[in-house]
Ligand binder design. Structure first.
Ligand code: FEO
Length: 395
């Protein structure tokens, strides 16, 4: 069996993007990203999802490599975000009789993005499409990650085409399924992908998981990253925990610093936490950190410590940006502590406390504040801060 035939009659025809620097213009791609598309081959052929427009020719070549001159009878659209849909118009020119199958919201977007409104077929929850020897059924999964999102199920192969759900950053370096690769390097990229892209939609992801679990899929074909087979229990568990915003024991210390004084506070708190026995500690300088890596760790760990100097009578801008990104993702709870510094008028700690109230979080201990330059003595309260956090982190 060819490596691209991931189940009998199910072929991988996706592509790798190792050129784009920023996914959605925001999120770094140090290991690239894959845009996954699949063929389901029965008596008739369905293509499930497409790829970003600049890779359309590679998609066409991959399709012809799998099915030769056979036509594509159906294109099923699970998700209309342009990383998966922007080559639809080109495919339609190549295969003009290909019927485009999706739900009403997706077909509306198809019109709005690409002006396509002919040879379409609207489906609803639970509808099926008979390919002759293979069946596809359609299940809505709104807001995972856009409102039109749905998943497609092939019962004969117990295979779920899940759209963005269960996706990861990271191109596919040869192997396609999780038994053809070492999946270890994808776990952090799955967390980063989830936190950056899907993180706001915890409740819809929980609803989608409730639909997926009873199907007991043996293969999950996401639109990004490896095809999951052996690792399905781990993948479902990771998505379940992240969509419940459940953190593992550990602390993220995220700070901004202009001249190193607030930075030394962060270093001191990290050292005190380690002295108190906390092993999982991640420190991020927000002036240089990739925001998606910080979000990844905020989603991963149960404790967050944020520090900022006072800047223009407010928070230091990279700190404010991080807090807005956390608020936008509706993170409902974290064990939270704050620290800050000022030169002549205190504001950062007050702003951090206001953020705490806005999110209805609670401070785990009193804020730690420092005037002007760092000294060890000024930061002795960090010992008490670390002790209070550590006693609840270590379980
Ligand atoms: Fe991979 Fe929501 O697009």
């Amino acid at each position: 069996m060819n490596i691209t035939e991931i189940r009998p009659g199910i072929r991988y025809v996706g592509v790798n993007d190792r050129t784009t620097h920023l996914f959605e213009g925001l999120w770094p791609l140090p290991c690239g990203v894959s845009y996954n598309a699949y063929l389901v081959v029965g008596e008739r052929v369905a293509l499930i999802d497409t790829v970003e427009a600049s890779f359309g020719e590679r998609l066409e070549r991959n399709i012809r490599r799998e099915i030769g001159d056979r036509p594509i009878d159906y294109l099923v659209i699970n998700h209309m975000e342009p990383d998966h849909s922007s080559s639809i118009a080109a495919l339609r020119r190549i295969w003009p009789d290909m019927r485009i199958v999706s739900n009403a919201k997706a077909l509306d977007m198809l019109r709005g993005f690409y002006g396509i409104e002919t040879e379409t077929q609207e489906i609803r929850e639970g509808d099926t499409l008979d390919l002759g020897g293979k069946t596809l059924s359609f299940h809505m999964a709104p807001m995972v990650h856009w409102p039109e999102t749905m998943v497609t199920w092939c019962p004969e192969e117990k295979t779920l085409f899940s759209g963005d759900a269960f996706g990861t950053f990271g191109a596919l370096d040869g192997g396609i399924t999780d038994s053809q690769i070492d999946p270890a390097r994808y776990w952090d990229e799955m967390r980063r992908y989830y936190a950056a892209i899907v993180g706001k939609y915890g409740a819809p992801v929980q609803k989608a998981l409730a639909k997926v679990r009873p199907l007991a899929p043996e293969t999950i074909c996401s639109t990004h990253g490896p095809v999951w087979q052996r690792e399905i229990p781990a993948v479902l568990d990771l998505y379940d925990r992240m969509s419940r915003y459940e953190g593992e024991p550990g602390a993220v210390i995220a700070y901004g610093s202009m001249y190193g004084n607030t930075e030394q506070m962060a270093e001191r708190i990290a050292r005190e936490l380690a002295e108190a026995g906390v092993r999982n500690i991640v420190v991020h300088n927000l002036s240089t950190a990739d925001p998606s890596a910080v979000l990844r760790d905020v989603f991963r760990y149960d404790t967050l410590v944020v520090g900022s100097p006072t800047y223009n009578g407010a928070l230091y801008p990279p700190v404010a940006q991080l807090l807005e990104m956390i608020a936008a993702r509706c993170v409902p709870h974290r064990r939270f502590a704050v620290f800050g510094s000022f030169c002549w008028a205190s504001a950062a700690v007050r702003c951090l406390s206001e953020f705490t109230q806005r999110l209805k979080w609670e401070l785990a201990c009193d804020p730690m504040e420092m005037k002007q330059g760092y000294t060890d003595e000024k930061c002795d309260p960090s010992r008490e801060l670390a002790r209070r956090l550590a006693e609840r982190i270590i379980r």
